[in-house]
Design a binder for this molecule. Structure first.
Ligand SMILES: Nc1ncnc2c1ncn2[C@@H]1O[C@H](COP(=O)(O)OP(=O)(O)OP(=O)(O)O)[C@@H](O)[C@H]1O
Length: 369
């Protein structure tokens, strides 16, 4: 089998946009048996040039003796304050044409894929995804969590996981915490290299993450979607056999408008919407336990009614939820008997029932590789 040094050598005389040697752009190498997973950091402002470089790199690595499969993905460094960071996902790069090649066998063994989405960033989507996944596991389900928020992966922080996944049988083995299987782009690239992924790069990376991970038999795979409702999210929603979508919103009007966009996006691709959850709905005082309605609370419930989608509940703005998440121990895993965990356990019970009773659309084919 080729070594990391062989791979760097093979990339030495290949060049990306601006004439940079591809060997200098390697940000991660994972090798196993005859399979190589390599990530390159490129400039997100030049997606087409980098896509060509990525394809060339794959060819060169695949040509190495002993390599049967090579998967090269693109990451890009986030320049501080750069316009390139498009958190809302309104990418101007066209989405890749769907080349449907049959569903990945790794997804075949997953009963339900549940996506957690939001119209904008920072509303608590990752916190909700993690606690929902743990809540479903608490109901006795075998659960996976895919952190598809490639703009800013949060699974490493939320679960305190920093090791690199192993490659087993040609697939990436997910990491585990509290009995759930977890995969994140944040595990595959250097933690200090924040990423911006654009248009075709993002969609391709996500389908690889879905298709190249050894999830095994799962009752549910919870997918923490990138925030926003741009082309990338739409492509992702189209290409993933979604059993149901959960939309996270905060009570502020702006977030609700964005949440409506997220609902519309899933309606467009005919993915069943399980409902809306209102996060940071009210404030729970850590000292007196008192409840304060900081924002005009109840907006999401009202919105859900107007949109004709179920309202799944509300989670408080709460110190313990933030502290446990930021300490790598989400509240449902670390303190399952706390009132804060009860909020998510209730949410998980509702989601489980909805999944088991919702009529599912036929799974579309997804792009792999
Ligand atoms: N209910 C809550 N109470 C207190 N803090 C919360 C709550 N939900 C989320 N947070 C905190 O808010 C911050 C943002 O949450 P999170 O990362 O889950 O949001 P996100 O929507 O996934 O954000 P992004 O789009 O930036 O990835 C985190 O520090 C998290 O701990």
């Amino acid at each position: 089998m080729a070594t990391e040094a062989d791979i760097l050598k093979a990339l030495e005389n290949l060049y990306g946009p601006g004439g940079v040697s591809l060997a200098k752009t390697v940000s991660g190498v994972n090798l196993s048996g005859a399979k190589a997973f390599v990530s390159l950091s490129g400039d997100p402002a030049k997606p087409e040039g980098w896509e060509a470089a990525r394809v060339n790199a794959e060819k060169a690595i695949r040509a190495l003796p002993g390599v049967e499969a090579a998967i090269v993905t693109l990451t890009a460094e986030r320049a501080a304050g750069a316009a390139g960071h498009d958190h809302h996902g309104h990418s101007h790069a066209a989405p890749p044409p769907p080349q449907r090649r049959g569903m990945s066998p790794t997804l075949d063994k997953i009963r339900y894929i549940v996506v957690v989405a939001s119209g904008k960033g920072g509303v608590g989507k990752s916190t909700t995804s993690a606690n929902l996944a743990l809540g479903l596991a608490a109901q006795g389900w075998r659960v996976g969590l895919l952190d598809a928020d490639i703009y800013g992966p949060s699974a490493p922080r939320l679960f305190g996981l920093h090791e690199k996944p192993k490659v087993e049988g040609g697939k990436l083995a997910p990491l585990e915490a509290y009995g759930i299987k977890i995969m994140s782009m944040g595990f595959l690239v250097d933690e200090d290299t924040p990423m911006v992924w654009r248009g075709p790069m993002v969609a391709q990376a996500l389908t690889q993450l879905l298709g190249e991970v050894a999830w095994g038999d799962l009752d549910a795979l919870v997918v923490d979607m990138p925030p926003g409702t741009g082309d990338v999210q739409l492509t992702m929603a189209q290409q993933t056999p979604i059993a149901g979508a959960v939309i996270v919103s905060t009570p502020q009007d702006l977030a609700l408008i964005d949440a409506r966009r997220a609902v519309a996006m899933f309606q467009k691709v005919e993915a069943p919407i399980l409902g809306i959850i209102e996060n940071m709905s009210y404030f729970l005082c850590p000292h007196c336990g008192g409840r304060s309605e900081i924002f005009s609370h109840g907006g999401a419930r009202h919105d859900a009614e107007k949109l004709g989608v179920p309202f799944l509940g509300e989670a408080p703005l709460d110190m313990k939820i933030r502290e446990t998440s930021d300490a790598g121990k989400p509240v449902v895993g670390a303190e399952p008997n706390s009132p804060q965990a009860a909020v998510y356990l209730n949410l998980a019970a509702k989601v489980k029932t909805l999944l088991e009773t919702t009529k599912h659309r036929a799974a579309p084919n997804i792009v792999v590789g």
